[in-house]
Design a protein around this ligand. Structure first.
Ligand code: URA
Length: 305
């Protein structure tokens, strides 16, 4: 007889697996879609209790930042006939974007820039994307939300069920916590730009597979190039590992200033992880205060979130 795990046990296992992923410890079970959706306790506010934590000295940067790619003049073939580059076919677009088709340690440096790129062009290039298997199960492509001229960009992992249904990133429970975090910084969602590593929901909220990340990340890089923010905040292990091209666990380098193609990058824990592990909010708040200092935002003592 096939023994079935109880719903409660399945939730516990899913929660534990997600906990390890957020910490960046080795994945020991890849496919979670058959377990259940993650169950997290009710959202707690990102609150003032965190604000007065003593700042720890900046830890020594262990991982050398990804080398800054020279984003200079690139060979970009003229479009044939009257076709605008952004109206080209998927394969033509991809041939232009990639100089190397596989993800290497210098993957992002190998990506070519698109002259006169714009968010509109990027969205048009994505089109009704079927480049990877996520296209088959998604409801909506979740492109981004917020201010195209933002100085601060948050990069998450990928859409969940709420985002897939609405087409807007970070609108579920983790999204509500992210909104509180942004507001605790004295900003509003409309002041920042919010996007994800992959633009389609991985089934069952599993982490995106490496080939899905490789397929989708050229669009993320283009978004970051167009926005050209002062600071990028990578939310959680997937965003951090993707942008920094590292297998090192996020807990080893979160809170340190790192580099992504010449832009300052701060990796911190994902809000979904904070929902499962509220004490980590104080670590995230320390990271966000560094971001605020970099952006010249005032850190108010006893400021309620
Ligand atoms: N988690 C993410 O990483 N991104 C979203 O858009 C929502 C939840």
């Amino acid at each position: 007889m096939t023994a079935r795990l109880s719903e409660q046990l399945q939730s516990k296992i899913a929660e534990r697996l997600a906990f390890h992923e957020d910490l960046g410890t080795k994945l020991f079970y890849r496919e979670r879609s058959v377990v259940t959706t993650r169950v997290a306790p009710a959202a707690e506010p990102f609150d003032a209790a965190l604000v007065n934590q003593e700042e720890e000295p900046l830890p020594k940067q262990k991982r050398q930042a990804t080398p800054v790619a020279v984003v200079g003049a690139q060979v970009y073939p003229e479009p044939r006939g009257n076709a605008a580059p952004h109206l080209a076919t998927q394969s033509a677009i991809d041939a232009v974007l990639f100089s190397a088709p596989s993800k290497t340690s210098n993957f992002f440096a190998s990506l070519k820039t698109v002259p006169n790129d714009s968010l509109l062009k990027i969205r048009e290039d994505i089109g009704e994307c079927q480049r990877c298997r996520l296209g088959k199960t998604r409801k909506h492509i979740v492109f981004a939300d917020g201010n195209p001229k933002a100085e601060l960009v948050f990069v998450g992992e990928g859409p969940g069920a709420d985002e897939d249904a609405s087409g807007v990133p970070f609108v579920g429970r983790a999204g509500k916590l992210l909104t509180q975090m942004i507001e605790a910084m004295g900003l509003q969602r409309k002041d920042v730009y919010i996007c994800n590593v992959v633009k389609c929901r991985p089934p069952g909220n599993r982490p995106p597979e490496p080939d899905e990340v490789t397929t989708c990340s050229p669009f993320l890089v283009r978004q970051l190039e167009v926005i050209n923010p002062k600071v990028i905040v990578a939310l959680g292990a997937t965003a951090a590992k993707t942008l920094l091209e590292t297998e090192t666990g996020i807990s080893k380098f979160r809170g340190q200033w790192l580099d992504f193609r010449g832009k300052k990058l701060m990796a911190t824990y994902h809000p979904a992880y904070l929902l499962r592990n509220p004490p980590a909010k104080s670590e995230v708040w320390k990271d966000l205060k560094k971001v605020m200092a970099e952006l010249g935002l005032e850190v108010k003592k006893n400021k309620p979130a």
